[in-house]
Design a protein around this ligand. Structure first.
Ligand code: PMP
Length: 630
């Protein structure tokens, strides 16, 4: 037997060891983070159990572990070239699905055919055990995990069930589910739901690097791995929190999103290894901090498909970005009688700065109306536009209703009368592809904390010439080229707008959040969330006394509603008792709620780590309320 393969030369020991490590790390435990295939080197019985399980699941009884195995930390360096910042991504996670982290296994041969298992939901294309809803005729029918058993399951200890759970997720990532169950169903090699496959990469080019000759099939297996929100959930430590004794269900994503471990780690890494002010020193840490900060800017540029990094200004958030435009461009380019157009859907952040400017300078603020579903009335919008219209500022997605506005069309219409356009992307960038060149807006703003990044950091995108023609918003250090008491020369954008010491660590954290979202694929995220929104909407509508506020044909993430017989606060509190976090109130968007006849709503808002199971719990709680008061 070769030292690196099993008896029929099909299995690479390093790979198997890596799988064992991935599996072990995915378990909710505090035990050693590296294990060896060699029984001698495992100092924990659970590690031994993991190895045994893998070996028996893989039908590798004849495999003899090699005691001179390569150190797994050398074989799979924790300084991942994919993430590039020397932090090991969390394990069993989508954050960890870069090419260098993927493990090839010749599944077809190593694992017998009669142990294959279909993990793809034929209706939706993503894996969600919760979608098993009775008979096959049901639209959501899928597979039943309980129909299958694992070799060690009969022992029934809590570790056994943890291990089973970890196997499920690790298997989903590594495509080895087939080995661990006994149902002789077929693995599907494709799924139609996701255009943007999180596992897609140039397989052929990776094969030599991974040292495998005949394993093209195994990559097809990986490609068929479905989008799995339950797996994504594991990347977000806070989602393991209990609230009132119940697992936290985070449905307040429109207010802020939770942060994956990779973002948390990245910020900690900055403070542990790179912390320095940027751009102003010759020393090593200043270089590290500056590089990391500028790399984050580059990531934002790519994410938005901006033309240049000079178009990306770091600000505190969407609010600061809008104020910057109002106070810099608006202050200097608008005069009495000019018109500002905003929509009825806007967040206060995109109303108040314009109203203040209008009052101060004698400008007219005009409002694009919406219909009863909360959709922009394009004909009415067209009537508002004229040669006095100098700027149109509107949101791409409404935070109170979820309406997706026809942004590209609206930008075109504004520009046809010579107006500038500011797009509020606070609620859009985390749910859909936002391409600033395609949209062609003059400016776009968003906040890091709504896209799985930190608070206190956000982005103003602006066309380069336009930014360079604008006066600074704040002034001081960093933004100047030269200062004398007679004259001050400013830098060009973006530095011109980044006066003082910025939020360096969180800009870098935002870069890590963008990496995370990019690895999953924004289109996959959008499609999954769309499914989840439809799923939740359908169930919510079935509850008597629910009034949905905002019923646009094109929506993202948000379900605003009232429940007859209950105040919104009562509903929020009842949900909180079950560990479900939703927002109640006016959502900083009073004009649109009043337009639809309400002062406040209950607003669950979804993200890609939410599952149908979360939705079911939420719906069940509302039904319980209905039982008490009709
Ligand atoms: N615009 C919209 C559409 C929003 O939803 C929000 C935040 N709720 C903002 C602007 C303001 O964002 P921030 O508070 O992060 O500056």
């Amino acid at each position: 037997m070769s030292t690196n393969t099993n008896n029929n030369s099909l299995y690479n020991v390093d790979d198997l060891q890596h799988i064992a490590n991935e599996l072990f790390k995915a378990l909710p435990n505090e035990f050693p983070k590296e294990i060896s295939l060699s029984p001698d080197h495992n100092d924990h019985p659970k590690a031994t159990k993991v190895v045994e399980t893998l070996l028996s699941a893989g039908n590798l009884e004849e495999f003899t572990p090699n005691t001179s195995l390569q150190n797994p930390t050398t074989a799979y360096p924790s300084h991942s070239p994919v993430s590039g910042f020397g932090v090991s991504p969390s394990v069993g996670s989508y954050a960890n699905t870069g090419v260098t982290d993927l493990l090839p296994t010749d599944l077809d041969t190593v694992f017998p055919n009669d142990k294959k298992f279909n993990i793809n939901n034929p209706n939706t294309g993503f894996s969600d055990v919760n979608l098993k809803r009775g008979n096959d005729s049901n639209a959501f029918s899928s597979f039943n995990l309980n129909d299958n058993y694992l070799p060690f399951q009969t022992q029934g200890s809590s570790f056994e069930s943890e291990l089973k759970e970890a196997l499920t997720s690790v298997n989903t990532v590594f495509g080895i589910q087939s080995a661990l169950v006994t149902n002789p169903t077929e693995i599907q090699s494709s799924y139609y739901f996701l255009e943007d496959n999180p596992f897609a990469f140039d397989k052929k080019s990776q094969l030599p690097a991974l040292g495998h000759k005949n394993s093209f099939h195994e990559f097809n297996q990986l490609e068929s791995a479905p989008f799995d929100a339950n797996l994504i959930k594991k990347d977000f430590p806070i989602l393991r929190e209990k609230v009132n004794g119940k697992p936290l269900i985070w449905f307040d994503n429109a207010a802020t999103t939770q942060k994956p471990k990779s973002v948390i780690d990245r910020i900690a890494y900055f403070y542990e290894h790179e912390n320095s002010n940027i751009h102003r020193a010759a020393h090593e840490l200043a270089a590290r901090a500056s590089d990391a900060y500028e790399a984050a800017r580059e990531k934002v540029k790519t994410f938005l498909n901006a033309g240049s990094i000079n178009e990306i200004v770091f600000v505190r958030g969407a609010t600061e970005g809008i104020n910057l435009i109002a106070q810099s461009w608006g202050e200097n380019n608008l005069s009495v009688g000019d018109e500002i157009v905003v929509s009825n859907l806007e967040h206060h952040a995109n109303i108040v700065p314009w109203k203040r400017l209008a009052d101060k300078k004698g400008l007219k603020l005009r409002i694009i109306p919406v219909d009863d579903d909360g959709q922009i009335l394009l004909d009415e919008y067209a009537k508002l536009l004229n040669s006095k219209t100098k700027i149109v500022a509107f949101t791409q997605v409404s935070n109170a209703l979820g309406t997706v506005t026809p942004a590209k069309k609206m930008v075109e219409m504004a520009q046809a009368v010579g107006a500038r356009v500011l797009l509020d992307g606070a609620q859009s960038v985390s749910h859909m592809k936002v391409d600033v060149q395609d949209l062609n807006a003059d400016w776009l703003v968003f906040s890091g904390h709504k896209i799985f990044g930190p608070t206190g950091i956000g982005v103003l995108y602006g066309k380069e010439d336009l930014l360079n023609g604008m006066q600074p918003y704040q002034s001081g250090g960093n933004m100047i080229q030269d200062v004398t008491f007679e004259e001050i020369k400013y830098h060009k954008a973006p530095n011109r707008f980044e006066a003082g010491t910025g939020n360096i660590a969180d800009a870098i954290g935002l870069g890590a959040a963008i990496d995370y979202v990019t690895k999953i694929g924004i289109n996959a995220i959008g499609q999954y969330e769309h499914f989840l929104l439809e799923y939740a909407t359908k169930l919510l509508k079935e509850i008597p006394g629910v009034r949905l506020i905002g019923t646009a044909a094109n929506k993202a993430s948000v379900l605003s509603f009232n429940l007859q017989g209950y105040s919104n606060d009562e509903v929020g509190q009842a949900l909180n008792k079950e560990g479900i976090a939703v927002r109640t109130g006016h959502h900083c968007a009073q004009p649109i709620l009043r337009r639809l006849g309400v002062e406040t709503t209950v607003r669950p808002s979804l993200a890609f780590y939410n599952t149908t199971q979360d939705v079911d719990k939420f719906i069940e709680t509302l039904w319980e309320l209905k039982k008490v008061r009709f």
